[in-house]
Design a protein around this ligand. Structure first.
Ligand SMILES: [Zn+2]
Length: 333
């Protein structure tokens, strides 16, 4: 997908910024106002991204210094990495959901993040070498998020006005616990962040500071929350805008249904830990970072199956083992 800026409706722009990862780009959104502009998301603080943003702004005669407000869909580096730098240069106020802000504060200390990841991954059967590599990867990208502090919070149901346009905030937890999307009822746009993507299903991971959060259940109910909106354009953070919201939602539901079935099948021959189930689902040949993503994704399926009492877990030698409960084993091949 080409980087650069394009007008989606009068005064509303999508800016596609480069990213040095498999997801080669990220889309952010800009609303023109009389005295500057508001951004939804910022892109990561990685080499070349700020100059790309500056070049796109120059095309519409604006500069970073003209930014008045930044709204953040969720606290992932590709969405908010430049927030601190842009706010520093422009004086813009940064807003996000209260839950995401709690994550910002909790993970302000690198050691906290590392020890939580280590503890979770070990308990779920990931080997020590992979865990070390993953933690090193996280630290290497620490500067990809420039620090910022929130001027206030965005809450489900908030009705905002920006550049004369109405924008409604919709809480869409799942991909992250405090993820929000933005609905523009007049344009019938849904600025969906990572909640709904056209070609991949957003990664679902446990929230290591909120063990009671159930990402898969939340994600599926967040799909229902937006599914009936009269949207004619879904504007995702990765990939091109598209129109068939309902069709895409059905595909994602089906994807997760199949994955849950596969997780259950992985337990057909006896108890396994989450790492083993993830190898059954995703195969062996993954990089350490993808290994963690696979572990996370598998885990959210396992805890849902556990809540449905189809499987149960026990802990042996510090590692969680999952097995089918009697009701799910009976009658299955
Ligand atoms: Zn994300």
């Amino acid at each position: 997908m080409k980087t650069g800026i394009r007008e989606m409706a009068e005064g509303i722009f999508m800016i596609t910024l480069p990213m040095p990862f498999r997801l080669k780009h990220v889309n952010i959104f800009l609303f023109l106002e009389k005295d500057g502009f508001t951004l939804i998301d910022t892109g990561p603080n990685l080499n070349g991204v700020l100059p790309a943003l500056e070049a796109s702004l120059a095309e519409i005669g604006r500069r970073v210094e003209d930014c008045r407000r930044i709204w953040i869909t969720h606290f992932h580096m590709d969405h908010c990495g430049l927030a601190g730098i842009i706010a520093g240069r422009s004086g813009a106020s940064v807003y996000l959901s209260e839950i995401e802000e709690l994550t910002v504060r909790t993970f302000a200390r690198e050691e906290d993040r590392a020890s939580r990841i280590r503890c979770f991954a070990r308990e779920q059967g990931l080997d020590g070498g992979t865990i070390d590599t993953v933690i090193r990867t996280f630290s290497a990208f620490r500067t990809a998020t420039s620090p910022f502090s929130a001027a206030g919070f965005l809450t489900d149901g908030d009705r905002l006005t920006v550049g004369g346009r109405r924008v409604e905030v919709i809480a869409t937890p799942g991909h992250s616990r405090g993820h929000i999307s933005f609905h523009l009822p007049e344009e019938r746009f849904l600025i969906a962040g990572d909640h709904i993507l056209p070609h991949i299903t957003p990664n679902l991971s446990p929230d290591l500071i909120a063990p009671d959060f159930h990402p898969l259940e939340s994600f599926l109910s967040s799909l229902s929350r937006v599914g009936d909106l009269p949207v004619r354009r879904v504007c995702p953070a990765h990939g091109r805008p598209f129109s068939d919201l309902k069709g895409r939602i059905s595909e994602m539901r089906e994807h997760h249904r199949e994955r849950s079935e596969r997780a259950l099948r992985a337990l057909a021959e006896g108890p396994r830990n989450c790492g083993e189930v993830s190898r059954f689902i995703f195969g062996e040949n993954l990089s350490p970072f993808d290994r963690l993503l696979a572990l996370n994704e598998t885990y959210v399926h396992l805890i849902r199956l556990e809540r449905e009492t189809l499987i149960c877990r026990e802990k042996r030698n510090g590692v969680c083992l999952f097995s089918r409960s009697r009701s799910s084993s009976a009658g299955s091949p």
